[in-house]
Design a protein around this ligand. Sequence first.
Ligand code: HEM
Length: 198
Amino acid sequence: MGAIFQSLGRTVTAGVVLLLVMLGLVSALTGGVAVSAQHAWFAFLFRWFHVLSGVMWIGLLWYFNFVQIPSMPKIPDEQKPAVSKVIAPTALFWFRWAAIATMVTGLILAGMNGYLGQALSLQKGVHAIGIGMWLGLIMAGNVWMIIWPNQKKALGIVQVEPAEKAKAARMAMLASRFNTMLSIPMLYCMVAQQNGGL
Ligand code: HEM
């Protein structure tokens, strides 16, 4: 067991194996799981990928806002590079690519559900998910066009003058806070569509 959890790759593989064992058991007990080549099953599969990548994205957004940003002032200056040079760049890598994966799987899902255009034009019956999708798209744009370029300056990945570095750090923080605010109605809309919430 220890050998599995000492490696992230093996841990993730173990999660997938656990899922397959679980599906095998359910199949043996019930005489077959509902896995088929049907459109509905593929839409379900994309929904799963979508939620996995969405959890990675918003989990890291909340990590920045609930943990890292409030902790930085409490960390002695000589220890700060551990966060700014090691932890934050790794977290930002998974954060920005998870945003892309969530957006792509979400748009594919809407296409598979047959309402991409109707949702984006906020039509009746799909306005809940349409609002959620717009909020998600604004958030993804914010990640790539505001947060990431400013973080590159703030973390020293791109070299700039100290004054510009401080300005970029503040801008990245405010944009990240803006996304944290939007994540609350966005997630409400995501789950509202299927569950009569709006
Ligand atoms: C650009 C961003 C996004 C787009 C275009 C998008 C699109 C969609 C679509 C089309 C659905 C299916 C709704 C339905 O008919 O039930 C959905 C559901 C969902 N999305 Fe997103 N989404 C985005 C961002 C996110 C994010 C960041 C999360 C964070 C976890 C998320 C979590 C969910 C959840 C939990 C569901 C509900 C699944 C279910 O009830 O079965 N989405 N999204």
